[in-house]
Design a protein around this ligand. Structure first.
Ligand code: CTP
Ligand code: MG
Length: 230
């Protein structure tokens, strides 16, 4: 059974939220860790649900927390909650499995990118709707990037102008994402990588500084500060 958000929407958003949050340090699953008094997952879902294109939200929760996450999100937005897997890709696959075939556009978002504005969800969905089979929000790379050998000696400087930092939500034609997942051999950290391997074009659109992935303790401090911005 799937909980519908906006009957006029044409987009399903999958939100993998089953990770442990090891890099954030001790304190339980990352999606349930607090930011300004609320779990990261609540921040993320509130913003996704504010996007008018979104019809269905599927959250992949830590297996032991499915009922707790259902209860947590019930007052925030109608969501379907499934048990996540051991790898992010497995969590995405389990969420994808409950998306009905009539929904044509599927976005995959990280609960850890809790402050991603609804406008980014909309612009990714719009680019897929316009005909791109796979769309990713990106930012330019700010640091100088060096390639090194196993002994940490520099082999060369990479041309940063052709590099992009990739965020979520990543958007796909439903059939494209389903085929990519069905044929995936090795686990990848992003879904567009699966589509690239299938030989399809992946289109970049501008991302947002607010879509940072909360990974390490310092990111929580930064996110807390970003929430104070007018
Ligand atoms: N994720 C998931 N299932 C997994 C692993 C990750 O649903 N088995 C989700 C996380 O909950 C997160 C997103 O994928 O929203 C991105 O992963 P990451 O930022 O690496 O989160 P964690 O895996 O929780 O963090 P860490 O790698 O530090 O343990
Ligand atoms: Mg991880």
């Amino acid at each position: 059974m799937t909980a519908k958000l906006n009957a006029r929407g044409d987009v399903a958003v999958l939100v993998p939220a089953a990770g442990a949050g090891v890099r954030l340090g001790p304190g339980g699953p990352k999606a349930l860790r607090l930011l300004a008094g609320e779990p990261l997952l609540v921040h993320a879902i509130r913003r996704v649900a504010a996007s008018p294109s979104v019809r269905l939200i599927v959250v992949a929760a830590p297996a032991a927390e499915v009922e707790a996450v259902q209860a947590l999100l019930a007052p925030v937005a109608p969501v379907t909650v499934v048990a996540g897997g051991a790898e992010r890709q497995e969590s995405v696959g389990r969420a994808l499995a409950v998306v009905p075939p009539e929904i044509d556009i599927v976005l995959v978002h990280d609960a850890a990118r809790a402050l991603t504005p609804p406008e980014i969800v909309e612009s990714v969905a719009a680019a897929v709707r316009a005909g791109h089979p796979a769309v990713i929000p990106v930012l330019p790379v700010v640091d100088t990037i060096k390639e090194v050998d196993p002994g940490e000696t520099v082999l060369g400087t990479v041309d940063r102008s052709v590099l992009r930092s990739v965020q979520t939500p990543q958007g796909f034609r439903h059939s494209v994402l389903a085929a990519a997942h069905a044929s995936a051999a090795d686990p990848l950290t992003d879904d567009a990588g699966l589509v690239e391997k299938a030989g399809l074009p992946v289109t970049c659109i501008p991302g947002s500084d607010l879509a940072l992935k909360i990974t390490r303790p310092l990111d929580l401090v930064l996110a807390e500060a970003l929430l104070q911005l007018p």
